[in-house]
Design a protein around this ligand. Sequence first.
Ligand code: NAD
Length: 293
Amino acid sequence: MKIAFIGLGNMGGGMAANLVKAGHDVRAFDLSEAALAAAKDAGCATFTSASEACADAEAVVSMLPNGAIVKSVFTADVIGTAPAGAVFLDCSTIDVATAREVIGLATAAGYDMVDAPVSGGIAAANGGTLTFMVGGTKAAFDRAEPILSAMGKAVIHAGDAGNGQAAKICNNMLLAVHMAGTCEAFAMAGKLGLDPQTFYDISSVSSGQNWSMTSYCPVPGVGPQSPSDNDYEGGFATALMLKDLRLAMDAADTSDSAVPMGSRAAALYEDFDGAGNGGKDFSAIIKTYLSQR
Ligand code: NAD
């Protein structure tokens, strides 16, 4: 299948390479020369504009930084340029309202389109093990699913347009809440004289058990290998978690949702990012609790 791929950064680079490995004819565009060169090495054909990459495509996949860029790329270069009948898949993490607006514009122009944000980081993008949460009509989902399956281990239809983004930001808001809670519990356990491994052995089989504890423990040397064992390098950067929490707080406002825990987690991550920790894994927020007296 001829697939245009726009946005070949940390995530998109590996995703486009997996489409090549699955036998697709991938037509790549990125503003970055370095990203384009890497895509060429991975077997993509490269183009000097998004509209050239899309001109002959049966599907268009995008993996871009934010909603404003997604909207401008689709309205300027994709909608009306890609052949009639092409299907569009935006895998970026963006706000629900923009996702619905862009899908509305594509649909009005006669295209099928889904929002398909991902769970999983750069390693999952490279390894083809992402989880996609997909919003759009059943017909659009059915067309997108085989393309997404070549880049991921799970593809879940979340409902109508924008519901993929809704699932993504609600999931990540919950992740921030249980990571922050797990960090403060480990810190207080330590101050009360409990060894972290002992607290893990107890809580991981008790009612406090959660993913941040047993799959991504913020304490070095405890639980399975995680970014805490690598001085909080790699993993899911604090700046990206903060991006998702800001999207979640916007969505809470527009949907009139009460999010007292989510807004507290967002404030904690605003502070942690503002203190220069944006590049550190989000589990490094445990350091703020350990330094408190
Ligand atoms: P990135 O900054 O590494 O990549 C974005 C790419 O888009 C860059 O190469 C940039 O040059 C390109 N770009 C920007 N504007 C463009 C335009 N107008 N036309 C063409 N290319 C353009 O970001 P990333 O880490 O790959 O993240 C991409 C998306 O995936 C974001 O929405 C992010 O929130 C989401 N995401 C990232 C992770 C992660 O761990 N990095 C995990 C889940 C979701």
